[in-house]
Structure formats: structure tokens, C-alpha cells
Write a protein that binds this ligand. Structure first.
Ligand code: DC
Length: 224
């Protein structure tokens, strides 16, 4: 293992496989995996509990006093909102549908980014999201921009949703992912963009193991 406890940032669009490979790489390294998308999903989930039209004002009201916590144990990330565990509830199509609107709002991002930075202070973390290398952890030791073709990303998400029992059409899912890519890349605050000093890793056609091996090689290089 490396002497230094590295800070590893992985950014990329929806369905690029960030969480799958980040979890495996974190396990190999004995690091903590921090899924920042889960935090924005947690805010979206709580907003939906209000059972009202999802307006920016509603979201801002929700984020004001929300308590979002991630617990990482035995390779599994648990998500808590105001003390209630909602790990499974944040992966529904309803949450996915509104999460980009939630994540575009400044006060939401400020609160989540503060929490994310606190979680990374000790090092030994692998954090994934959209703005980790560019904004949350600009001094990260390793910066990776993970992507894949939209077709492959939609296919991966479709399989994942099917395993969870959701019957969505591949076409519908691809449209949803394309809309999220657009919203996340074009928003004003901390848009999804590859950092100048990040390494591009296109996972189209690569196996999970191949991607993990490349990430570990980059960490090994940086940890020397
Ligand atoms: O990775 P994910 O699909 O669970 O992310 C959910 C949404 O949260 C995604 O549409 C973009 C947003 N997000 C963000 O804006 N910044 C991050 N660091 C992580 C996620």
C-alpha cells in the first residue's frame, strides 16, 4: 500500500460506471468511497416527500434544514436524511428525474460541497461526482474523467434498473440520461466538465476489471 493516503477524484456523466469502479477500487486500496451523487439524490428524495410541485423554492426550503449523512461500511454506502436511512429510496426513476434540477441550485451545492470537503480532510478517499476535480477537491492527487458512449451508458443503467425490478424502455432511459447530461453540463454553477489536469478514461468496450486496474495503476503512480 502507498505511504500517502491519496485523495482520488472521479468525475463523469450519468451511467459511466463511476460508482461501480470507484467502489471496487476503494476496496482494493482500503479507502473510503464517497458517492456525492447520492447526496443530491437525498435532497431530491426529501423534496418529493413534500408531495407538491417541484419548484426551486420548494427545493430551497428543503435544503435549508436537511441533515444528509453518508456512512460507508464494509464496502456499502448508506444514505441518511434527518436520521432516516433511505439508501434504496434514492435510486428510483422519480428521484433521477428531478435530481438535476436540485443539483443546479447554488445553496444546495454549497451545503453539499462543504460536507464533501469535510469528508475528504483525512485523505484515503475516492470521491465520485461531476465537479470533484474542478471544484470540490481541486488539489486531489489523482483526477479521472470517466466516460462511455451514450448507448453503452444507457444499456448499463437499463440492466441495473431491470435487476431492481423497474421495467423502463431503453429508449426512454437513454433520453433521460441525455437530458441529465445536458442539464449537468450546461448549468451555471460547477457544470460537468473534464478538469484540465484530469486523465480521460473512456470505458466503452472495457470490462469493469480493466477499468479498475487502470485506476489502481494511476493511484500507484501518484502514491510513489
Ligand atoms: O451520479 P448520480 O447519477 O447519482 O448523480 C445524481 C445527480 O446529481 C446528477 O444528475 C448530477 C448531480 N451531481 C452533481 O451535480 N454533482 C456531483 N458532484 C454529483 C452529482
Amino acid at each position: 500500500m502507498f505511504l500517502k493516503k491519496l485523495v482520488v477524484a472521479i468525475d463523469g456523466p450519468a451511467g459511466a460506471g463511476k460508482s461501480t469502479v470507484a467502489k471496487l477500487a476503494a476496496k482494493e486500496l482500503g479507502y473510503t468511497y464517497i458517492d456525492t451523487g447520492a447526496m443530491y439524490r437525498a435532497v431530491a428524495w426529501k423534496t418529493l416527500q413534500r408531495k407538491a410541485d417541484v419548484t426551486d423554492a420548494l427545493i430551497l426550503g428543503v435544503v435549508k434544514d436537511i441533515d444528509v449523512r453518508l456512512a460507508y461500511k464494509d464496502g456499502v454506502t448508506q444514505v441518511f436524511v434527518d436520521g432516516q436511512e433511505i439508501t434504496g429510496e434514492i435510486r428510483t426513476p422519480e428521484v433521477s428525474h428531478i435530481v438535476s434540477q436540485v443539483a443546479a441550485l447554488g445553496p444546495v451545492r454549497e451545503k453539499m460541497v462543504d460536507l464533501q470537503r469535510q469528508m475528504a480532510t483525512e485523505g484515503g478517499v475516492l470521491m465520485d461526482g461531476r465537479d470533484i476535480a474542478t471544484h470540490v477537491l481541486p488539489n486531489a492527487d489523482v483526477k479521472i474523467f470517466l466516460t462511455a458512449s451514450i448507448e453503452e451508458r444507457a444499456q448499463r443503467r437499463w440492466k441495473e434498473m431491470k435487476e431492481k425490478g423497474y421495467d423502463m424502455s431503453l429508449e426512454e432511459l437513454q433520453k433521460d440520461i441525455a437530458a441529465r447530461d445536458k442539464a449537468d453540463s450546461e448549468r451555471e454553477i460547477s457544470p460537468l466538465v473534464q478538469a484540465d489536469d484530469a486523465t480521460l478514461l473512456d470505458t466503452t468496450g472495457l470490462s469493469i476489471d480493466e477499468v479498475v486496474a487502470r485506476i489502481l495503476a494511476m493511484c500507484s503512480e501518484a502514491g510513489r
